[in-house]
Design a protein around this ligand. Sequence first.
Ligand code: NAD
Length: 489
Amino acid sequence: MTTTPHQTSREGLPPYRELSLYIDGTFISAQDRQTIDVLNPASSEVLGKLPVATTADLDHALASAERAFQSWRKSSPLDRSAILRRVATLARERAHDIARDLTRDQGKPLEEALSEILRCAEHAEWHAEECRRIYGRVIPPREPGIRQMVVREPVGVCAAFTPWNFPFNQAIRKISAAVGAGCAMVLKGPEDAPSAVVALAHLFHDAGLPPGVLNVVWGDPPTISAHLIASPVVRKVSFTGSVPVGKQLAAMAGTYMKRVSMELGGHSPVIVFDDADVAQAAQTLARFKLRNAGQVCIAPTRFYVHAKVYDRFVAQFTETMASVRVGDGLDPTTEMGPLAHGRRVEAMADFLDDARKLGGEVTFGGNRIGTDGFFFEPTVVAGLPDTARLMVEEPFGPVAPIVRFHATDDVIQRANSLPYGLAAYVFTNSLQTATTVADALEAGMVAINQFGISLAETPFGGVKDSGMGSEGGAETFDGYLVTKFITQR
Ligand code: NAD
């Protein structure tokens, strides 16, 4: 067991980003507002103070979004496209600075943070391209002299809530979709890891987005979401986060008949068949599992391995997990950083308690590392019953349960048995097995023998309790547009 995570010197680092609200085109510092301490999860040190929006700030943000929407909705798609392209360019130029602060407040290794910024510049570009293709259609009339048109219009002011695991990624997708569609937005970012969202507000501001089209607020999540969703100004709610919170917000939005997009949690099954390249699957899955310390909604989280190759898979997977270097994300040799906050460390400990009680074999890890910061060991638990908490609740951390299966029908039934339906992974060298299983899995995204399911040009979203709507792909504007039918003689 590792007892001390690798720490790195923080001397000589540039100061952490100044945190602010962003309302009506103005960055607003705390002044006499309440603040929230932002911690470095690698050390628990206080990095900065995040201003909490007052009720007056929220109303100011709503009013400026409402005003800005009236002109932004009429803007040319070419102008929207140009702003989104500038955002992508600026994101690339500033990627290193944004990534450094993202690592400091969220914990992920610097290389992962940098890749998050660079990959997400593509989201802005994708929306810049697609927003020029928001087409309507003409429907042939039943009699001459009538013209029937379908037009797609921006839904209006959107309230968006984004989480702390991919602070830049989750926010830029929602902002780019709203901006490209001609909507305005009030966004509450993650209080645990806010720097990347403040950086994003600067990117859009500097790219020339008119004041009020984007507003960023911070504070107590339930207070802010209740205020924004109840406001008649808001016409759409977009949330990325946990299933229980998503259901609450969707129910609230339903009370006011507002549209929703929900990107919620998952518990992604991985099915490894006996004809797969077992060593390669085990190695790549272990590395993929530990990306962002497992705090990824599409992380592989339930490993079903064919009985014939189970022992080999567990041994190789454990060896790879054990080789991963855990430490401060700013250290270039770090491969897995701390968890983003203390709540996840407690959650991991609870999962492990339950697993041990049920006779799971912890083949590696299982413990918190040190007491500075929020580190937890890469952990493998073999041989749990399907009823164990780890097998039915999203772990959202660096813990991987592995169980056996014998028959394809049985493993499909087990994979589909949970209310989640986000991502699923299959490893097989049989085309027939790949097709059968991909068709049968109840998931919004299925990856076979690889992991490429979060690209700007591909739709990202879940089914069942994992949410509704897609971000990215050709579907990306669907949630931000309403359909109007015009018939004319
Ligand atoms: P949580 O459910 O309290 O919060 C999850 C996110 O929702 C946070 O960003 C939080 O600020 C926000 N939130 C919470 N209550 C809210 C409300 N009433 N209104 C608006 N926003 C609200 O849990 P947590 O401890 O922060 O995270 C743990 C769980 O969250 C994980 O188990 C995972 O399921 C889920 N999660 C999912 C994603 C994702 O990408 N789907 C991202 C982060 C967290």
